[in-house]
Write a protein that binds this ligand. Structure first.
Ligand code: 8ID
Ligand code: ZN
Length: 354
């Protein structure tokens, strides 16, 4: 009962309109290669990374034509014949993440840095992603979805959640310390507030507009700084902590401006976790003050399979909740426009046509 055609959102080039087609072919179970599975997508989040891919505004280019999407939850409907030891079953609900595949046999994979595997496949970038009803994925990389979590509520944990969970985990931040979150009102940022709160951190949220202010305060941010209304961000951030500055900054702003003052406002010994991905900007910070303040700067790129399990577990316990509005796949173009304009507080999740 797997159909021959499906609805999918297809990018043919960065300047052509997005096409939502109803006659896109479905890869049939007999065509799957060992290790692959076919997933019937129920819900998928829309990440700002999908917009970067759609606009082709990164130093790396996506495949074309491209089906984007990498926060997908769906049901396994087929597993390739000749797949030994599949850790998933037909009928099980699983999540598809940005890192669709890694070899699990190279040095990076063995070290748990699966996202740096030279044989990686990226969902919605180097392979077709979750803005389609049926997606080919990989049995060792799809993530089981806990029963407590509805599909639409789980979707954005698979990228936004995992990413900020890992960034905080590796930031070295400890209970009672201050973390500043430029981009706090967006998809990644609003989840970062909640994971940070669960770690016992005190949160300073930076973003703009009344809607995002309300959102971040409702999620437990102790201080709010509107980056469009504040002339001296460094002073505002340091004042919020009583003068010394935050111990950690997790920057999820999609623009370079969110990074600009981080080294200046961080506390001595502080850590900048770089997460947001403006494609061509340089990280500009004073070398002198980076040295004198003993600042650590670290990139943090999604997460591995274990990070995904841990990030989902906290969501399953109700400790972290994606704040999302539901839309249809046919509205994806408009969703991209709103993301581009910074109009989306929290996340948009698309419920797929059955
Ligand atoms: O693995 C990774 N490192 C990873 C994973 C997933 C996403 C990185 N990302 C990247 C995306 O590609 C994108 O560049 O993180 C960035 C944020 O993704 P998102 O959270 O999905 O985007 P969003 O919902 O648009 O949120 C971005 C927020 O940043 C704010 C915006 O107002 C928005 O709420 N913002 C901007 I743009 N400039 C800001 C500034 N100067 C700012 N907030 C504070 N200060
Ligand atoms: Zn993403």
């Amino acid at each position: 009962n797997i159909p021959k055609t499906q609805t999918a959102a297809i990018v043919t080039s960065s300047d052509a309109p997005l096409e939502v087609r109803t006659d896109h072919p479905v890869v049939q179970p007999s065509e799957l290669k060992p290790g692959e599975c076919l997933v019937h997508i129920l819900s998928t989040g829309v990440c700002h990374t999908d917009l970067h891919a759609r606009k082709n505004d990164w130093p790396l280019s996506p495949k074309t034509p491209l089906i984007g999407g990498h926060e997908g939850v769906g049901e396994v409907v087929a597993i390739a014949e000749g797949t030994p030891n599949a850790p998933i079953k037909i009928g099980q609900r699983v999540g598809i993440k940005w890192l669709a595949y890694s070899c699990l046999d190279c040095e990076q994979c063995r070290n748990g840095l699966e996202q740096s595997c030279p044989n990686q496949k990226l969902s919605g970038f180097t392979v077709d992603g979750t803005f389609a009803q049926y997606v080919v994925s990989y049995v060792h990389h799809v993530t089981p979805i806990p029963d407590e979590l509805p599909s639409d509520a789980a979707a954005s944990i698979l990228c936004a959640g995992v990413t900020v969970y890992r960034a905080l985990k590796y930031s070295g931040a400890r209970a009672g310390q201050w973390v500043v979150l430029p981009g706090a009102g967006g998809g990644l940022g609003h989840l970062a507030i909640q994971y940070a709160a669960n770690m016992g951190l005190r949160v300073i949220a930076i973003d703009t507009g009344a809607e995002k202010k309300k959102l971040v305060e409702s999620l437990g941010a102790e201080k709010w700084i509107d980056f469009k209304e504040t002339t001296d961000i460094v002073k505002a951030v340091q004042d919020a902590t009583g003068g010394l500055g935050p111990h950690v900054a997790v920057v999820t702003s999609a623009s370079a401006t969110g990074y600009q003052q981080a080294v200046d406002y961080l506390r001595h010994g502080g850590t900048l976790m770089a997460v947001g991905l403006p494609g061509h900007a340089k990280l500009e910070s004073s070398i002198f003050w980076t040295v004198l303040k003993s600042i650590t700067i670290r990139g943090s790129y999604v997460g591995n399979r274990q990070d995904a399990v841990e990030a989902l577990e906290l969501a399953a316990q109700g400790k972290v909740k994606v704040v999302f509005a539901v839309k249809q796949l046919s509205e994806l173009s408009d969703i991209y426009e709103d993301l581009d304009a910074g109009k989306i507080a929290g996340r948009i999740v698309v419920n797929m046509p059955k």
